[in-house]
Design a protein around this ligand. Structure first.
Ligand SMILES: C[S@@+](CC[C@H](N)C(=O)[O-])C[C@H]1O[C@@H](n2cnc3c(N)ncnc32)[C@H](O)[C@@H]1O
Length: 391
């Protein structure tokens, strides 16, 4: 990836020679070039600013040096390739991990560091219309810095560590804060007892499942305490997280179950459907007797499915998708996931649905399920079966 930074304080960007970025530059993974905006001035005093039209405090960066600098930088690439121009500014779109991921896939980024009251607005138009650049104004957060350089250091660090090869252990990227909409769990290292403080016992237990559950519960607790906005933000961009349900999921699972089975009650014209009548305690208890999977997107619980082994059958139940998100393929994904969890020896998948749940019946038929002959275990339902192909 190539990165150009234009600034009136090129020395401010010296940290781009250190640490991971410095090593990635040496390894040829990053080509970072810093340019002094004043090299593109035409007067003896190397002036880059002037008073604002309309009055007001401070100075504004003049368009000419910016135009010459950006034209020079953009002209240095291979034919046909143009950099994406990123202009740090408190009035820009908020920089976040999702943007870092998108930018990490781009071949060439150029940063224009503003100072004073910012850059003459016509430079943005000029860059887009005359130089053919994609221009994005990016804000680091809701506060005002003295210049764009500190923002560039932060953005370049967040983006380049996602460029393949820059970071040694890419596994650590997957578990980090913000990767799936939650903050990271607390981390500990040796010694296990330090100044009277012990590392949580579960981390020393060697029980990987227990550790994963503890870490996930910590992530939820920490996110709820420090960043509750993340738990409920409807960020379609954040990926879907599918994992085994924890006790902390039970209240939302209970609510989702009620919401989803109202539709079933309407289709079947009955209110005695087990999923609709069970209470919070029953949902909590079901986590011990079934494998319950929950799907979250940006922290929100949007779907679930559970499985139970009975002999050589895998019983799939409580397949649900939040009513506002139905019809987008999540139900199919959950069903396929449930089937994939079947251990060796399972010969068929079974599930129940309401006899009058027309859309469910159609969906299950498309997924290869067929009604079983005989009386269903629960009146008003149909039992469906699908034979496992790979046995
Ligand atoms: C003093 S600020 C200018 C603030 C400008 N008058 C405004 O209110 O939007 C000078 C420069 O610092 C940088 N800057 C300040 N706050 C920033 C933030 N939150 N994110 C990114 N860059 C910022 C920008 O490059 C900006 O041009």
């Amino acid at each position: 990836m190539r990165i150009d930074v234009v600034s009136i304080f090129p020395d401010y960007l010296a940290p781009l020679e250190l640490s991971l970025i410095g090593k990635a530059r040496e390894a040829g993974l990053l080509d970072v070039r810093v340019h002094d905006l004043r090299d593109f001035t035409t007067d003896r005093h190397r002036t880059v600013d002037d008073a604002p039209y309309g009055g007001g405090a401070g100075m504004v960066m003049t368009p000419q040096p910016w135009s010459d600098a950006l034209r020079a930088v953009a002209g240095q690439g291979p034919p046909g390739l143009r950099p994406h121009l990123l202009v740090p500014g408190p009035g820009g779109v908020r920089f976040d991990q999702a943007m870092a991921r998108r930018l990490a896939r781009e071949p060439w980024l150029t940063f224009a560091c503003g100072r004073y009251e910012g850059i003459d607005e016509r430079v943005y138009e000029h860059a887009r219309e005359d130089l053919g650049l994609e221009v994005t104004v990016v804000s680091l957060g809701d506060y005002v810095l003295g210049g764009g350089e500190a923002a560039v250091l932060a953005i370049v660090e967040a983006v380049t560590r996602l460029v393949p090869g820059v970071l040694g252990n890419t596994g650590s990227l997957l578990e980090e804060s913000h990767e799936d909409g939650l903050l990271e769990y607390p981390v500990y290292t040796r010694p296990s007892l330090w100044q009277g403080r012990e590392v949580p016992g579960v981390l020393l237990s060697g029980d990987h499942q227990a550790i994963a559950r503890w870490r996930h519960a910590q992530r939820l607790t920490r996110t709820a305490a420090r960043r509750p906005d993340l738990l409920h933000a409807a960020q379609a961009d954040a990926g879907l997280q599918l994992r085994l349900a924890l006790p902390a999921d039970v209240p939302e699972l209970f609510t989702l179950t009620r919401a989803c089975w109202v539709q079933e009650a309407q289709s079947n014209n009955r209110l005695d459907i087990p999923a609709l009548t069970e209470d919070l305690e029953a949902v909590r208890a079901s986590l011990d007797t079934t494998q319950t999977w929950v799907a979250r997107r940006a922290g929100r619980l949007i779907g679930s499915v559970r499985t139970e082994l009975r002999g050589d059958e895998l019983h799939i139940g409580r397949l649900m998708v939040a009513p506002d998100l139905q019809g987008q393929g999540l139900g199919r994904l959950l069903l396929e996931h449930a089937e994939r969890t079947a251990p060796d020896g399972i010969r068929e998948y079974r599930l129940l649905t309401g006899a009058k749940s027309g859309s469910n019946l159609r969906r299950y038929r498309r997924a290869g399920y067929r009604p079983t002959p005989g009386e269903p275990a629960i009146s008003g339902t149909v039992e469906l079966v699908k034979h496992r192909r790979d046995v």
